[in-house]
Ligand binder design. Structure first.
Ligand code: DX5
Ligand code: ZN
Length: 215
C-alpha cells in the first residue's frame, strides 16, 4: 500500500488558506491534517470547530482532526458535526481514553489516539479494538517546524509489531521531510503528516519529492 500524505495546514499561509488547500488537493494528497490547539494541553492556540466548518465546503479532502485539547470529550461532537472524517485524541489529555474513542465512533467518525514522544506504547494495549489510526508524535506537540526525535524510529517499529493483525494505520507527525521520511516509512509508518515541509516554497514540487523518496 502506498504511503498516505497528510499536509498539516498549521504550516500553511493563513492569509491564503483556501488557495493553499486547493493546491494540496491538486497534488492528490490523502488527508488534510488540521491541528486543534487549546492553549492548555499545548501552549499554542489554533483552530476551533467553527473554522473547521468554514473550510468544509472548500475541499473534498477528508479532514483529519488532531485534537491537542485537554478533556477532548467536551468538543468531539462539535468537530464531528463540523465535518471531521477522523478525530484523534491524546492519551495524555483524557482521563477515560476508551470512552473518548467510543464517543468519536458514535458520530460515525473514524477514531484515533495520539501519543506524545515520552508516552509508552503500553497504554494502547487495551484500546486496539477501538482505533482506526494511531498517531505517534515525533516532536513535542504545539508547534510546527521542530526537529524529528530520532528514537521515535524504534517506537514506530515496536508499534508496527504490536498492531500486527489489526486494521490500524500508523500516522507520524512532526519533523517529516525528505531526510526523515524514508526512515519513518521503513520503520513502518502508513501516513505522513507534513506541515512546514509541504508549505515552504513550491507545494507541488514538495509533495512530488516526498512521494518520490518514500516509494
Ligand atoms: C505539531 C502539530 C503538527 C505540525 C507539524 O504539534 O501536531 O501537525 O503541523 O509540523 P511540521 O511538519 O513542521 O513538524
Ligand atoms: Zn498534528
Amino acid at each position: 500500500m502506498a504511503v498516505k500524505i497528510a499536509p498539516s495546514i498549521l504550516g500553511a499561509d493563513f492569509g491564503n488558506l483556501e488557495n493553499q488547500i486547493k493546491k494540496v488537493e491538486e497534488c492528490n494528497v490523502d488527508l488534510l491534517h488540521i491541528d486543534v490547539m487549546d492553549g492548555n494541553f499545548v501552549p499554542n492556540i489554533a483552530f476551533g470547530p467553527d473554522q473547521v466548518k468554514m473550510l468544509r465546503d472548500k475541499t473534498n479532502l477528508p479532514f483529519d482532526v488532531h485534537m491537542m485539547v485537554q478533556d477532548p470529550d467536551r468538543l468531539i461532537g462539535r468537530f464531528a458535526e463540523a465535518g471531521a472524517d477522523i478525530i484523534t485524541v491524546h492519551q495524555e489529555a483524557t482521563t477515560h481514553l476508551h470512552r473518548s474513542l467510543n464517543l468519536i465512533k458514535s458520530y460515525g467518525v473514524k477514531s484515533g489516539v495520539v501519543l506524545c514522544p515520552a508516552t509508552s506504547l503500553s497504554t494502547l494495549k487495551y484500546v486496539l479494538d477501538e482505533v482506526d489510526m494511531i498517531l505517534l508524535m515525533t516532536v513535542n506537540p504545539g508547534y510546527g517546524g521542530q526537529s524529528f526525535i530520532e528514537n521515535s524510529l524504534d517506537k514506530i517499529r515496536a508499534l508496527k509489531e504490536m498492531i500486527k493483525g489489526y486494521p490500524i494505520d500508523i500516522q507520524i507527525d512532526g519533523g517529516v521531510n525528505l531526510e526523515t521520511a524514508p526512515k519513518i516509512v521503513e520503520a513502518g509508518a502508513d501516513v505522513l503528516v507534513a506541515g512546514s515541509f509541504t508549505f515552504k516554497g513550491d507545494i507541488q514540487k514538495n509533495i512530488d519529492d516526498l512521494r518520490r523518496v518514500v516509494l
